[in-house]
Design a protein around this ligand. Structure first.
Ligand code: NAD
Ligand code: UGA
Length: 477
C-alpha cells in the first residue's frame, strides 16, 4: 500500500552533498518552501564547508548557488553528517553519491563502482521508517534499481513490526552541466522519471511541477531511464570527439574548425550546440559513463557496440596527447628549463571542478618533457592542482630556470608573464579574453608562443605583438 502522496512528502533526504546533491537540493528547497530538505554526507569537511558562516566558502563554485543557499539554509535546507537520523525521518530519499569507474576486480577500468550506492541502500534498509520513496539521482548502470530493490526488500522481510518499512525505487537521473547547474536545474530541457509505480512517480512529479511545466516531465520504465542517462552523455561526448577529430583534419588541410562547425551546425538536424573544438572533454562523467556503456555492451556480447563507443574515449585521449606533442614540437622539441604559463585548470569555465580535466593530462605530458609550469585558475585551489599532478609546487620565488619538470601556483596573473616561453589556454575563463597582449609580450622571452586550445583569443591581437600563435583546429596557423 502506497502512503506517500505529495501532501505527505514533507521531508526529503539527499545522501551525497556533492556537485549534484548540493545544487539540486538547494533548488528543490528554494522552489518548495514547504518541504524540509536534509542533505547528508559522510565527509565532515564538505559538510562543514556547506555550513560555513561565509557563504562564499561553500565547497562548490557554481554561479547562482551561493545566493540560493543563503536564502534557504537554516530555513528548509540543512546540511549535516547525521545520515541515520535523516534517513529515519525522510519520506523521500535521493541517492546522489559518487559512482566512479571501478579500479579493481571484475570490470576494472570500465564498470561503475557501486560500492557507495550499495552502502546507501543498506543504510536506508536499516534506518528508514514507514514508506520511503528511494530516488536514484546518481548515474547508474542499467538495472541497478534491481540491486537497490533487492537490498531493500531483504530488509522488509526482516524488519520487525514496530518498524514497518516499505519502499518504492525510482530513477531520476540528473542532466545538469557544471558551471550552468543552477540554470539547468531551474529551467531543465526535461525531467526524467523512471519507475513502475505511478503513485510514487506522481509524488516526485508533483515536486518538480512546482517550477517545471508538466510537458517537460517524462515518465518511462526504470531501465529506459537509467539507460537514457548514459546514452545522453555518450551522445554529447561523441559530438566533442567528432568535432575534435575534424579539427585535426582542419589543421592538416588549411580549413578552420569554427567555420566547419558553423556550416554543419546550421543544419537543424545536426544543431549548433556542443560543436566547440577544445582540449578534449573532461569532467567526472563523460569518460566514466561511456566506459560503463562499453562494459555493459561487452557484458551483453555486443562487441561492435562496445568498440564503437570506446573509440570516443580513445579519440579524446589521442587528442590531448596531440596537443601536448604539438606544443613540444613548436618549442624546438624540448621543454627543459622552459617556462610555460597554463591558463585554466578546471575542466571547463565557471566551475572549480578538475575531475578528468584535459589540463591534468596535458600538464603531465608537458612535465614529462621537462617543462616548468606556472599554473593559474581563478577558482581551482593550489592544493587541488597538487593532488591532481601528484607533485609539490615550488615556492613562487624559486629560480625555475635551473630546474626541470616543476610547477608553481600563480595567484597574480599580471606578474606571471615574465620570462615565459609559451602561454597555453586550457579553460575558457572569461577573464583570459581580456588580457593585455602588448604588455604580456613585452615580458615574454622570445621567440614566444601562445597556444589557444579553447579558441577564446583573437589571433590578430596576439600576432601583431610579435608572438607566434596556434589555436585548435585552425588550418591557417
Ligand atoms: P561527488 O563526488 O561530488 O559527491 C558525492 C558525495 O557522496 C561525496 O561528497 C561523498 O562523500 C558522498 N558519499 C558517498 N558515499 C556516501 C554514503 N554512503 N553516505 C553519505 N555520503 C556518501 O559526486 P557528484 O559529482 O555529485 O556526482 C554524484 C552522481 O551524480 C554520480 O553518479 C554522477 O555520475 C552523477 N552526475 C554528476 C553530474 C555532475 O555534473 N557532477 C551531473 C549529472 C549526474
Ligand atoms: C555533462 C553533460 O553536459 C550533462 O548533461 C550531464 O548531466 C553531466 O555531464 C554529467 O552527467 O555529469 P558537464 O560534464 O558538467 O556536463 O559539462 P559539459 O558542458 O557537458 O562539458 C563537458 C566537457 O566537454 C568539458 O570539458 C567541456 O569543456 C567539453 N566541451 C563541451 C567541449 O570541448 N566542447 C563543447 O562544445 C562542449
Amino acid at each position: 500500500m502506497i502512503k506517500s502522496k505529495i501532501n505527505k512528502i514533507k521531508t526529503i533526504c539527499c545522501i551525497g552533498a556533492g556537485y549534484v546533491g548540493g545544487p539540486t537540493m538547494a533548488v528543490i528547497a528554494d522552489k518548495c518552501p514547504k518541504i524540509k530538505v536534509e542533505v547528508v554526507d559522510l565527509n565532515f569537511e564538505r559538510i562543514s564547508r556547506w555550513n560555513a558562516d561565509d557563504f562564499k566558502k561553500i565547497p562548490i563554485y557554481e554561479p547562482g548557488l551561493f545566493e540560493i543557499v543563503k536564502r534557504c539554509r537554516g530555513k528548509n535546507l540543512f546540511f549535516s553528517n547525521e545520515i541515520k537520523e535523516k534517513i529515519k525521518i525522510a519520506d523521500m530519499i535521493f541517492v546522489s553519491v559518487n559512482t566512479p569507474t571501478k579500479e579493481k576486480g571484475i570490470g576494472a577500468g570500465k564498470a561503475s563502482d557501486l560500492k557507495w550506492v550499495e552502502a546507501c541502500a543498506r543504510q536506508i534498509a536499516k534506518y528508514a521508517q514507514g514508506h520511503t520513496i528511494v530516488v536514484e539521482k546518481s548515474t547508474l548502470p542499467v538495472r541497478t534499481a534491481e540491486v537497490i530493490k533487492e537490498i531493500l526488500e531483504a530488509s522488509q522481510s526482516s524488519t520487525s513490526s514496530y518498524r514497518k518499512a516499505t519502499f518504492d525505487v525510482l530513477s531520476n537521473p540528473e542532466f545538469l552541466a557544471e558551471g550552468n547547474a543552477i540554470q539547468d536545474l531551474i529551467n531543465p530541457d526535461r525531467i526524467l522519471i523512471g519507475g513502475d509505480n505511478i503513485h510514487a512517480m506522481n509524488s516526485l512529479t508533483d515536486i518538480y511541477k512546482q517550477w517545471v511545466s508538466k510537458d517537460k516531465i517524462l515518465h518511462t520504465n526504470i531501465w529506459s531511464s537509467e539507460l537514457a542517462k548514459l546514452t545522453a552523455n555518450a551522445f554529447l561526448a561523441q559530438r566533442i570527439s567528432s568535432i575534435n577529430s575534424i579539427g585535426a583534419l582542419c589543421e592538416a588541410t588549411g580549413a578552420d574548425v569554427r567555420e566547419v562547425a558553423r556550416a554543419i551546425g546550421s543544419d537543424s538536424r545536426i544543431g549548433s550546440k556542443f560543436l566547440d573544438s577544445g582540449p578534449g572533454f573532461g569532467g567526472s562523467c563523460f569518460k566514466k559513463d561511456i566506459l560503463n556503456l562499453v562494459y555493459l555492451s561487452e557484458y551483453f556480447g555486443l562487441k561492435e557496440v562496445a568498440t564503437f563507443w570506446n573509440s570516443v574515449v580513445d579519440l579524446n585521449n589521442w587528442h590531448q596527447k596531440r596537443i601536448s606533442n604539438l606544443i613540444t614540437k613548436k618549442l624546438f622539441g624540448t621543454l627543459s628549463n622552459k617556462k610555460i604559463l597554463i591558463l585554466g585548470f578546471a575542466f571547463k569555465a565557471n566551475t572549480n571542478d578538475t575531475r578528468e580535466s584535459a589540463a591534468i593530462q596535458i600538464c603531465q605530458n608537458l612535465l614529462d618533457e621537462g617543462a616548468n609550469l606556472f599554473i593559474h585558475d581563478p577558482k581551482v585551489e593550489k592544493s587541488q592542482i597538487e593532488k591532481d599532478l601528484g607533485l609539490t609546487p615550488l615556492n613562487e620565488k624559486t629560480d625555475f630556470r635551473e630546474l626541470n619538470s616543476s610547477w608553481t601556483f600563480v595567484k597574480d596573473l599580471s606578474e606571471s608573464f615574465w620570462d615565459t616561453d609559451a602561454v597555453v589556454v586550457l579553460t575558457e575563463w572569461k577573464e583570459y579574453t581580456k588580457l593585455n597582449w602588448k604588455e604580456a609580450s613585452s615580458k615574454m622571452r622570445k621567440p614566444a608562443w601562445v597556444f589557444d586550445a579553447r579558441s577564446i583569443l583573437l589571433p590578430e591581437q596576439i600576432k601583431k605583438q610579435n608572438l607566434n600563435f596556434w589555436r585548435v583546429g585552425d588550418g591557417f596557423n
